[in-house]
Design a protein around this ligand. Sequence first.
Ligand SMILES: Cc1cc2nc3c(=O)[nH]c(=O)nc-3n(C[C@H](O)[C@H](O)[C@H](O)COP(=O)(O)OP(=O)(O)OC[C@H]3O[C@@H](n4cnc5c(N)ncnc54)[C@H](O)[C@@H]3O)c2cc1C
Length: 379
Amino acid sequence: MTLIDVAIIGGGASGTTTAFHLANTNKKVCILEKNTHTSQRICGGGMSAAVQNWFPFKLLPIVDEIITNVEFSWNNTDKVVTKLPGSSPFWIVKREKLDSFLLDQALNSGCNLLTTFNVVNIKKSSNIWQITALDGRQIEAKAVVIADGSQSPWPKIFKLGPKKQKFACTFSGRIKRKGNLRSETARFEFGLVRNGFAWAFPLNNEVNIGMGTFLDNKNSIPVEEILKSFLPDLGFDPSEVIGQETKLRVWNGHSNLNGDGILLVGDAASLCDPFLAEGLRPALMSGFEAAKCLIYWLDGKVNSLDEYTKVMKNNWGNSMAWGKRISQVFYRFPKVGYQLGVKRPTAPERIAKILSGEMSYEDIAKRVIKRLLFQNSDS
Ligand SMILES: Cc1cc2nc3c(=O)[nH]c(=O)nc-3n(C[C@H](O)[C@H](O)[C@H](O)COP(=O)(O)OP(=O)(O)OC[C@H]3O[C@@H](n4cnc5c(N)ncnc54)[C@H](O)[C@@H]3O)c2cc1C
């Protein structure tokens, strides 16, 4: 069996990003993916244009819609429509299109792919990782990247990631027409979903409809009831949506994201934003940073994987620590949050800046604290 440099478990957004950057520097990489890779993915597909920073090729050709306005509502009433600031564009992509585009880039750079490779065992022996699939196939690698998403069992097995995993309950589906959703507009509805929100994102000739609830590890979400209230307001009948419920692992405290020769990325690393369910940006960011550290490690700099945990803490975790606090207060008192937070004239700009990475939740929290202390209504 030939020994490769890095085996990547999972060919989603985080795995393909890691694979591209490693393959692009001539490392021997293989993505092990349990599916055949063309299946529709459960995701809203909302993504900050700031992710472009992590790629040398243009992502714009696979963007379905560029969002210029956001519309907020409370129980379909009390609506606010605001223009996003020009500096913070927000993109909507079809997830399967994004993932297969990133996969193609990785394959074109020399990465290998094994599909229907359902990883059931990962073990380390004499500094070599042995990864086994359900059908008995085996791969040996110097390092392993865990990129198999929210249901990944490996963080617990290797004692990585947060001690206590936290999950949001979500639903996402598509409708094959536009309804009356304004063009270039993303809709966020805060009153209909307990401890969470619903959304409608425009795609090319379709709309993505979804919802998430963020406070407790609940088992399900009353999807049909919420769709019945939400969809008529968008000009749809609830029977039109085809979708699926799933559990999304969200950020729940600073944690170790690496061991010796092993790294967690994306949802497997519990990186998803616990307030807005933004998981694509951290998936791509972690893929980029993981590859950077692995390149040094493979070249003999033995402590460089610890740097990965540090960078992700500084560049993502510190903001998420405040995102978690904001989520706990906002979703416990959502009506007050909507009136005092979302409906503020500056709110859309702030949200856009958070999603683009120009501002962190920490910046927002500090502004609010300052406002409360000094009663300065301009912040
Ligand atoms: C309903 C919903 C809506 C969302 N909307 C948004 C949004 O609008 N914007 C945003 O930024 N984020 C959103 N997210 C979050 C975002 O989808 C995730 O954060 C993102 O998919 C993480 O990518 P990933 O590559 O880490 O994991 P995934 O995309 O889950 O990829 C994991 C891959 O691993 C494979 N795999 C799993 N198990 C194995 C195994 N045993 N062996 C081999 N392969 C395996 C899977 O088949 C899959 O290809 C949403 C999530 C949900 C659930």
